[in-house]
Write a protein that binds this ligand. Sequence first.
Ligand SMILES: [Zn+2]
Length: 456
Amino acid sequence: MGWVLRLVETGTEGAGRDVDVMKIDPGRDLGEISDLGLTLSEAKQLLGRVQQEIVAAQARDHAVLRPQCPSCGRGCHVKDWQHHVVATLFGAVTVRLPRFRCVGCGHNATGITWPSHCRSTPELDQMRAHLSALMPFRVAAGMLSHLLPVTAGLSPETLRGHTLKIGERLRAVAPAVEQAPEVSSITLTTDSTFIRSRDDGERHLEVRVGNVETATGGRQVFGAVAKSETDIAALIRRSLDAVGRTARTTVTAFTDGCAGLQSILADAGIAQPPIADWFHIAMRLQHAKLAASGLSTDEPGRMAAKTVIVTEVERLHWRIWNGKAKDAQITFDRIRKVMHVYKSERGHQTRGVASRKLWHALHEIDSYLRGQSARLVNYAERYRAGLRVGTSVTEGTANFLVNRRMNKSQQMRWSRRGADLLLQVRCAVYNGALGSGIGQQFEPLGCSGAELALAA
Ligand SMILES: [Zn+2]
């Protein structure tokens, strides 16, 4: 048994015309599971040939058209023919297309709306950018050629070029996102992270990322490399509009400690000063609690000191949660008073010693509280009122937007422009604003205040 795949043209004009696309080999019996259905290589061949035939038919139809002159409205005749080689998702195709000239005024027309230097279809461009946003250029190229009969434009350098071009377009023109209905409140979080720079003189590039969320599940992410051409304040405004911000919407912003982010928020028109994200505070408290619980109790003096310290760290948590961070000094003083019993532990070999870790963690909290004092609020009160106290996805945003693709290996080094444009594509992918939308990659939005309070 064998088959011939035949395309038959339908409709009044082409009725009956058919063409054999491909012979499919006989000799597959189901005795072997590997003989079940088509193989990948057959499928790629089939797609490539069907594409060739469809394009050939399109070109035939196009060749008989005689457009009207766009300037005087009279008829055109064929001036000459031109070959176009265009890369598609299903292989490169060659089309021979007429160029027209008006019989009246001599105006030239092409009958196509795409520029004659166009070398690839938008779908292929988007697919290359989409995959490159999710994985290294080399891997994306390999995956495309493995699965599809794409033949041209698959070097990592070409993929990079195409991807950055799409990034540039995204930066210039906001991707068309469906306008969301008005929302009463939006939570906005921003954070920053670092990637390795490939430029001399600069080891790292700062990357600012964030997301906006509504109670109804609307969400958009944004990001930009600091000092790049991307205006992150404009991105923030765009994101807020996309999830339904109006003049009546309350926007509550959360940030980590970075001062740069605060001025960006002001630029984006967010009048209310941002709140220090509880998530960041809770993480630091967690470090201190772990260190305190690991303190040794090998002497009676240390047993007593540990009890005091564990209690005080809990109290510190309570104070910050309840908006009494300025009383944190009382905790630090009380701990300092009993810490001397651990002094002998902190000799030359200080790494990994719990008392050392505790000291370090407390120092971190102290300097964080000093830096953020203006932005700390009564988290308990907000929480009881059903308001957000932060969002654990802040850290996650930096992770999935930047680190997973751009920090994965130590060898990855980025130019400011390249990193920024790739980030624009990544954001568009996650926002579902690029092409076919292989699917949003967000973690589920399950992070309620209750969870945060528990984590705290
Ligand atoms: Zn004319």
